[in-house]
Write a protein that binds this ligand. Structure first.
Ligand code: GDP
Length: 456
């Protein structure tokens, strides 16, 4: 095996904390750590996968009292000998320990280099390495679960199965063209058509999952619209349980738009509160109104707030009509008092779902949560048997593979020669290989790992 550099980095977030970890990986990891460590035994003599108490020195100076985790290749994250020094979590201590490690022969790791080594040493494929970033960046429970599932190799297995089926057909066509005496292509196109159809169904399933995937990862872009004083800011406050939005009695005080990320039953909502959408002469406010309409047009979901204490008026009607072709939920707010607006009143102008709501006493929040979930997550996501595509790179590749398979299908239907099928099948095969990193360019690999944080 080629000798590689030994790399080291601070693997935990910089800041004051209970512990901080320096990670060292490479052929000399144990020797380098041993040079600066003093414990009851030399690290060269201890067993793999043990934790060892002692002190780290720089020259004669004790830097810290530490626990050293020692893991020998190949049963490690990177597949190389790995040492993790658990120090106290001060920035100065961590920097001093890292300095000592570097002086003893390691070099600073690049961002993502530990995970890149894991990929290059066959410990994980590219989609699993990407899952590591997703897990670190996960903002809600479902995103975390999707990441963990991808890390466990679920996507890899699925892609490998599809590729194996494609390869089988390529091999058969090649064999038949080379050796027509032993392999007959009679009636083959009918058989291939069925197989390609099935593959397309599998890929369609992955394509569909991206819709859930992007919602899980990015959140549902939601805007709250309604005329001034309907209670938009109060609802945003209630949902975000914070006081960031300004709640006031004066009509038109939410001048600009304000977006908050809110976690709701495991999914994220990026909620934008807008200035009251209405005709106005006030210049500052009219900019806000323009932004509100823009936000509403680009949103995944509109929450239309109706002031339940005032009879429905022309402003409410035009709002209800403006969301006719959009995803929307209507909230009749202020139901803690006697309402002047009924569901039937709304029905005259909109067929969207309506919730009797009160920002003041929390009425309707559960119903709203359930409704949003039902609208956006196609069915109860069960990560045991489902693969969710959350990564845009994967989505593009899957679309590309789909195009090739569809081209193959039309070549079959148009009665082309078999070697035309091979071209399309091969394109699909190679495209899918990019997801797991089998047919991927070095540039793409470098680009992916450069997105990692230091020490990962
Ligand atoms: P916005 O202009 O639509 O953002 O409305 P605000 O959230 O600023 O609320 C306007 C006024 O309505 C404030 O005085 C709130 O306290 C009041 N308000 C908001 N929600 C409710 C509610 O559910 N019940 C009652 N009774 N008053 C509410």
């Amino acid at each position: 095996m080629k000798k590689t550099d030994t790399i080291a980095a601070i693997a935990t977030a910089l800041g004051e904390s209970g512990i901080g970890i320096i990670r060292i990986s490479g052929e000399d990891a144990i020797g380098i750590a041993d040079k600066i460590f003093s414990g009851s035994k030399s690290l060269r003599e201890v067993d793999s996968h043990t934790i060892n108490y002692g002190h780290v020195y720089f020259g004669d100076e004790i830097i810290d009292e530490v626990l050293i985790m020692l893991m020998k290749a190949p049963r490690t994250f990177t597949g190389e000998d790995t040492v993790e020094i658990n120090c106290h979590g001060g920035i100065l201590i961590l920097e001093k320990v890292l300095h000592a490690v570097l002086k003893s022969g390691a070099r600073p790791a690049l961002p993502g280099e530990f995970t890149k080594r894991a990929f290059l040493n066959g410990k994980m494929d590219l989609s699993q390495a990407e899952a590591v970033i997703d897990i670190i960046e996960a903002k809600n429970d479902l995103a975390l679960k999707a990441g963990i599932r991808q890390l466990s190799g679920a996507l890899t297995e699925n892609i490998k199965t599809i590729r194996a089926k494609i390869l089988e057909q390529i091999a058969f066509i090649e064999a038949a063209l080379d050796d027509p005496e032993h392999y007959s292509l009679d009636g083959y196109s009918v058989k291939l058509r069925k197989i390609v159809k099935k593959l397309i169904t599998r890929i369609e399933y992955l394509q569909k999952s991206f819709k859930d995937g992007s919602i899980i990862r990015e959140g549902i872009n939601t805007v709250i619209i309604g005329k001034p004083n309907a209670g938009k800011s109060s609802i945003l406050n209630l949902l975000s349980r914070s006081d960031r939005a300004i709640v006031t009695d004066i009509a038109g005080t939410t001048r600009d738009t304000l977006t908050e990320n809110i976690k709701l039953s495991g999914i994220s909502l990026n909620i934008t509160d807008t200035a009251g959408i209405r005709e106005t002469d006030d210049i500052v406010e009219s900019i806000g109104v323009k932004k509100a309409i823009e936000a509403s047009n680009n949103a995944d979901l509109n929450l239309v707030v109706i002031d339940g204490l005032l009879p429905i008026d022309s402003e409410d009607i035009s709002l209800l009509e403006s969301v006719k072709d959009k995803q929307a939920i209507i909230l009749i707010n202020k139901s803690d008092k006697e309402l002047k607006v009924s569901v039937d009143d709304i029905r005259k102008y909109s067929d969207k779902e309506v919730i009797i709501f009160s920002a003041k006493d929390n009425t309707g929040v559960d119903e709203l949560e359930n409704m949003i979930k039902a609208k956006f997550i196609s069915n109860e996501i069960n990560f045991n048997d489902q693969i969710i595509i959350t990564n845009i790179r994967h989505q593009e590749i899957i679309n590309e593979a789909m195009e090739s398979l569809e081209m193959c299908l039309s070549s079959i239907d148009e009665g082309y020669e078999e070697d035309f099928f091979t071209i399309d099948l091969l394109n699909a095969y190679e495209a899918l290989g990019e997801i797991i990193g089998e047919t991927v360019d070095d540039d793409v690999v470098n680009e992916i790992f450069s997105k990692f944080c230091m020490g990962k």
